[in-house]
Ligand binder design. Structure first.
Ligand code: ATP
Length: 602
């Protein structure tokens, strides 16, 4: 006998604590109508978790609490406690996770309390539990809500008239299959919740998907851009290093070349100046030669004049002599007069010799002519002294001859001088020509050197532009890739590449730069962060989906197992019941036949 004791306090007509001991399999409660026998049965129902107030003849929890009497006040709660023998540890209870709770009690006590506000409390061996726990606990000893274990007054009909569904429930309850039904119902609820969760999770994932896709694309772009940036960084450093070395080398080369050429040019310029200076001296000699030649030609003119004069004098002498011969009387001219005239003429000739200007010489000659004219006049007027005249003329002739001779001598000197000067000039000219040739070659060299210098300055300008481009490249690179590219300075290079290769590198950098600008790397960090968050959330939801799918599978499996178990145990149970039922029926009806049969698909 499992049932041991029932304690009732404040429940319906039992205002005070009442304890009923059940020491035998059959116990009889006897009493007049209205004494409270049914209340005891209801106390059983109550403590075993009955939820139908109607079955306890009430409308609300309050109806179960003692209402008070003439002598006793009304109660604030109704409570009932039932004690079961559990020495064989038949009572079982498991928690939410399906793990069994240790119920190592020899006696199991179940209490239920109801308060005036309708609140219910369930207590298992002194610990408050849920109604569900009580149901599970009782199900483990085949006591369920179908109430097959309590057949109240006039209730036998209830079982006999029960429909197939209720009957099956009663039998399941009696067979202790209720626990499985609970489990199935719970599993169904779990399945429903899980399905709903899955719907929610799947909706969330669907809602997230476009944003996640967008972010993924952005991140891919960003990562690609990052890769490009890294590639660019390396290219930049190598390129900048090579370029800086090239610029330095070019600068040094150009500057030393410039120095060398400038020095050469200075030397050539000095040489040209020297040659030009020496040319000026030659000009002086030529001027001198011109002067001498002029003097010589003037002298020859004077000599010619004297020659002609001499001719005339000789003619006159001849004429005078003929006249003297023809004339008996000769005209006498005093020696003094002749001497005066000769002196005059001599002086005039000396003067003429000293002059260079032909005009002046001519005027002196005119003067000489006048002297002679006057002499002639005198001779005519005097008509005398022909002999002295001849003598005078001869004296004049002599003078002129002397003068001519002197002139000839002077001319010879002059000619010699001219000849010498000419030779000197010729030599100088020869030397000058040599120098001119030398000067020409210097000039050619000078031209060459200035052209080279011009070329160097063009190269310098080009280099300056290249240097500016280099500095710009450093600036741009720093903005695009970061200050790390400045580390190009620490790079070691063996040989710098040829310019065409370096130019190709520059174009490559340019192409990546354009791509990078198109990709737009700005804000990548934020996007990356957001992507990680959204993606983590999506992964979490995906994991959740997998978990939920798994739990749906296992719940479905569990349900199938439970149903199978119920089915099997139900069929076996019905067999056993049928055996007992047959016997009882025969006892009760003194023979006859009765059986239960399982109607499939009812
Ligand atoms: P019968 O043999 O006629 O069926 P019984 O012995 O079964 O009667 P019950 O029906 O159990 O008697 O008891 C009914 C009695 O309980 C009534 O007298 C009723 O007044 C009393 N009762 C019911 N509810 C309460 C309550 N809340 N407080 C006090 N008394 C109550």
């Amino acid at each position: 006998m499992r049932l041991q004791t029932l304690e009732i306090t404040g429940f319906k007509s039992f205002s005070k604590k009442t304890s009923l001991e059940f020491q035998h399999p059959v116990v009889c409660i006897v009493g007049p109508n209205g004494s409270g026998k049914s209340n005891v049965v209801e106390a059983f129902r109550f403590v075993l978790g009955e939820q139908s107030m109607k079955s306890m003849r009430g409308k609300a929890g309050l109806d179960l609490i003692f209402k008070g009497s003439k002598h006793l006040p009304k109660g604030t709660k109704a409570s009932a406690t039932i004690y079961f023998n559990n020495e064989d540890k038949v009572f079982k209870l498991s928690n939410e996770g399906g793990e069994e709770i240790d119920l190592n009690y020899d006696v199991i006590s179940i209490s239920r309390e109801v308060y005036t506000d309708g609140l219910n409390k369930y207590i298992l061996n002194g610990t408050e539990v849920r109604l569900k726990d009580i149901n599970n606990l009782l199900a483990s000893v085949n006591i369920g809500s179908s109430g097959h274990h309590i057949i109240s007054q006039g209730e036998a009909d209830r079982v006999l008239n029960a429909n197939q569904k209720d009957l099956r429930e009663i039998i399941e309850d009696a067979l202790g299959l209720k626990i499985y039904q609970y489990k199935i119902r719970e599993t169904e609820r779990k399945l429903e919740r899980t399905n709903e969760n899955m719907k929610e999770v799947s909706l969330l994932r669907r809602e997230n998907a476009p944003h996640l896709n967008f972010l993924r694309k952005q991140v891919e772009k960003f990562e690609k851009a990052k890769e490009m940036q890294m590639e660019l960084s390396l290219l930049y450093r190598v390129y900048l290093k090579n370029e800086s070395v090239y610029l330095e080398q070019e600068k040094t080369t150009l500057s030393s070349e410039k120095n060398k050429i400038s020095q050469e040019l200075a030397t050539i310029n000095a040489k040209i100046a020297e040659v030009e200076e020496s040319g000026e001296k030659e000009n002086g000699n030529i001027e001198e030669l011109k002067k001498l030649e002029k003097a010589s030609s003037e002298m020859r003119a004077l000599k010619g004049e004297l020659d002609r004069k001499l001719g005339r004098i000789e003619g006159m002498i001849e004429m005078e002599e003929r006249r003297r011969d023809e004339m008996p009387d000769s005209v006498m001219v005093s020696a003094e007069e002749v001497a005066t005239i000769v002196l005059d003429i001599n002086n005039s000739i000396d003067e003429a010799i000293s002059k260079e200007d032909i005009g002046e010489i001519k005027s002196i000659l005119t003067n000489i002519k006048n002297i002679l004219g006057r002499f002639n006049k005198k001779e005519n007027s005097q008509n005398s002294g022909a002999s002295s005249e001849i003598e005078n003329l001869k004296n004049t002739q002599k003078d002129i001859l002397v003068q001519i001779e002197a002139l000839g001598k002077k001319d010879d000197d002059l000619s010699q001088k001219i000849e010498a000067l000419k030779q000197e000039i010729n030599q100088e000219m020869e030397a000058l020509r040599d120098k001119e040739r030398e000067k020409f070659s210097f000039k050619v060299k000078q031209q060459e050197l200035s052209s080279t210098l011009d070329l160097i300055s063009v190269k310098e300008n080009n280099l300056k532009r290249e240097e500016e481009a280099f500095l710009n490249e450093v600036k741009e690179g720093t903005v695009l890739v970061g200050a790390e590219i400045l580390s190009f300075k620490n790079f070691e290079v063996q040989n710098i590449p040829p310019r065409n290769v370096q130019e190709e590198e520059r174009r490559k950098i340019e192409r990546i730069k354009m791509k990078l600008e198109d990709a737009g790397i700005a804000g990548g960090g934020e996007i990356m962060k957001e992507y990680n968050e959204v993606s983590e959330r999506d992964q979490f939801l995906a994991k959740e989906m997998t978990d939920l799918t798994e739990s749906i599978n296992s719940l479905q499996k569990l349900m199938a197992e439970l149903k199978e178990k119920i089915d099997k145990e139900f069929k076996e149970g019905v067999k056993k019941i049928n055996k007992e039922f047959q016997e009882f029926f025969r006892i009760m009806f003194d023979g006859g036949d009765a059986s239960l049969s399982v109607v499939v698909d009812s």
